[in-house]
Design a protein around this ligand. Structure first.
Ligand SMILES: [Zn+2]
Length: 519
């Protein structure tokens, strides 16, 4: 039997098969039910999401005549009538398909528009499918616009594009737009599983999730990867495991990459190198690890500004959680520096005769840099140095007394334990505090050695011996929450001030952003 790649074999034949596109399907079904069918559609979405397939489905829905030849437009095209079959094989004379990527000129569009005025030869509608429509030249768009302004009743246009923002607004505003969504990892994994079963292949659930995540929301990519995985199994037999898929993709275990990133940010050079070695021995490409670190740095940085990204399906849930914690703990200058060092390092490592050694050197450099002050911090430190020296010079006398948890965190900051201090500010709820003994509930996952690292850092910062213990939960607010509450209270007090009140009245919509205390 002829072998067909899965992406073709399982191409959706009805709207119900379009996984993850419920909004599109519902909107289109409504249009058909009410008879209010737009004369032009724009389908947007990433490559491999199914734009062309959807375009052909719409064309079939509009032109289907049913098995008995008497049917009208339907959301469930029959798939057997002459129009359905010819459109599925993209050979229907009334449903021409054009790839704008190869035919961008005004001449190509004119040829096409010349045929618009003629009635369809056999189908209900003449439907023009134009793929990659954003590639058309400006004059080609202009020629198209005239037709879109007054289209003959028997004509429909379906435009597909990966870049809707490159289509002139004048065109877009005359189309009904459908955004094809990336398919969620869970939905795609379930889809791949169903198809694997039909093909008589068995994959571990974690292997399916990994394939789905690697496809980044594209059904076609997911099916191609599944094809590969099944071909791998043909040599082995038994369930396809996550490890096999990882090896096939040349991927490091991404949670290991997240762990490596955390070590890097903490400046743990030896642990970083051990982690890289372990990943390399497990079959991961060192350059890919660097690439993964770079991507993760980018993700953490974006998270700082766009918290909604916590739902980004490209990352597993526990990775997103770790990223959110790191975003809270690391400053933008530190992340930006890490990004630059990794980016520069990646370019170097690509040219290096020994890529693994080169990647090791990049990690050493980046780990040391994580401990360095940012330029702004260095400047502040310099300004402090120019102040007159304190009377006492013995080191222990420099340390202010530690009478509260806030004092302890401030001491850590002075000792340049920025990551620890920031983690404490954001995530630590105090259960009990006395100088030298601290019990905390951490609202983040902490490493096994967290308490010992914290105790050691506190000892260096305060000159006191510390015992640090962790509790499951605590009701007390974190320092960050206390600070937020303080600012909120300040704002409320400021808003009650007669002068501020009158300003707010005169400028409706104005709000208090920040309250600054003046000496
Ligand atoms: Zn049909």
């Amino acid at each position: 039997m002829e072998y067909r790649v899965l992406a073709r074999k399982y191409r959706p034949a009805v709207f119900a098969d379009l996984i993850g596109q419920e909004v599109l399907v519902r909107t289109f079904a409504n249009a058909i039910a009410t008879g209010r069918i737009h004369h032009a559609f724009v389908l947007t979405g990433i490559r491999g999401i199914g734009k062309t397939t959807t375009a052909r489905l719409i064309a079939r829905a509009l032109n289907c005549i049913g098995p008995d030849g008497n049917g009208g437009p339907t959301v469930s095209p029959c798939g057997v009538c002459t129009h359905c079959t010819m459109i599925a094989e993209s050979r229907h004379p009334d449903v021409p398909e054009m790839d704008a990527a190869s035919r961008t000129g005004v001449g190509d569009i004119r040829d096409l528009i010349d045929t618009v005025q003629y009635a369809p030869s056999s189908a209900r509608y003449k439907i023009y499918i134009i793929d990659e429509v954003h590639m058309l030249s400006a004059s080609a768009f202009n020629a198209l616009l005239k037709t879109l302004e007054e289209p003959p009743p028997h004509v429909k246009f379906i435009f597909a594009t990966t870049e809707a923002r490159k289509i002139p607004v004048t065109i877009l505003s005359r189309c009904q737009r459908f955004d094809l969504k990336r398919v969620g990892t869970e939905v795609l994994a379930a889809h791949l599983n169903a198809i694997a079963q039909k093909e008589g292949a068995r994959l571990a659930p974690s292997a399916l999730t990994l394939l789905a995540a690697s496809a980044e929301g594209s059904v076609r990519d997911g099916l191609s990867l599944l094809d590969q995985a099944i071909a791998h199994q043909a040599q082995g037999g038994g369930d396809i495991s996550e490890e096999e898929v990882r090896a096939m993709l040349g991927l490091a275990d991404r949670s290991q990459v997240v762990a490596l990133f955390t070590l890097l940010a903490q400046g743990e050079v030896a642990a970083c190198l051990a982690q890289l070695r372990a990943l390399h021995e497990a079959g991961a490409d060192a350059l890919m690890v660097l690439q993964d670190l770079l991507e993760f740095t980018h993700f953490v940085t974006r998270l700082k500004h766009v918290p909604a990204l916590e739902k980004d399906i490209a990352y597993a849930e526990h990775e997103r959680k770790a990223a959110a914690e790191l975003a809270g703990a690391l400053s933008v200058p530190v992340l930006a520096r890490l990004w630059q060092m990794l980016l520069k390092g990646l370019a170097e490592a690509r040219r290096a005769p020994l890529p693994v050694a080169a990647v090791e050197m990049v990690l050493v450099r980046a780990a040391y840099a994580a401990e360095l002050p940012t330029p702004a911090e260095a400047l502040r430190a310099l300004e402090k140095k120019t102040e007159p020296p304190a009377a006492a010079t013995a080191p222990a006398a420099d340390i202010p007394p530690v009478e509260s948890f806030a004092d302890a965190v401030a001491a850590l900051e002075r000792a340049r334990e920025m990551l620890l201090a920031s983690q404490l500010r954001q995530f630590a709820a105090v259960v009990s505090f006395k100088p030298g003994a601290l019990c905390l509930a951490m609202r983040m996952t902490t490493g096994r050695d967290f308490t010992s690292r914290l105790a050691a850092a506190l000892w260096r910062a305060t000159g006191l011996e510390w015992s640090v213990t962790l509790a499951e939960t605590a009701d007390s607010p974190t320092l960050h929450e206390q600070e937020m509450a303080r600012k909120e209270k300040q704002k409320q007090e400021a808003a009650a001030h007669p002068l501020v009140e009158s300003v707010l009245r005169q400028f409706p919509g104005a709000e208090i952003i920040e309250v600054k205390e003046t000496a």
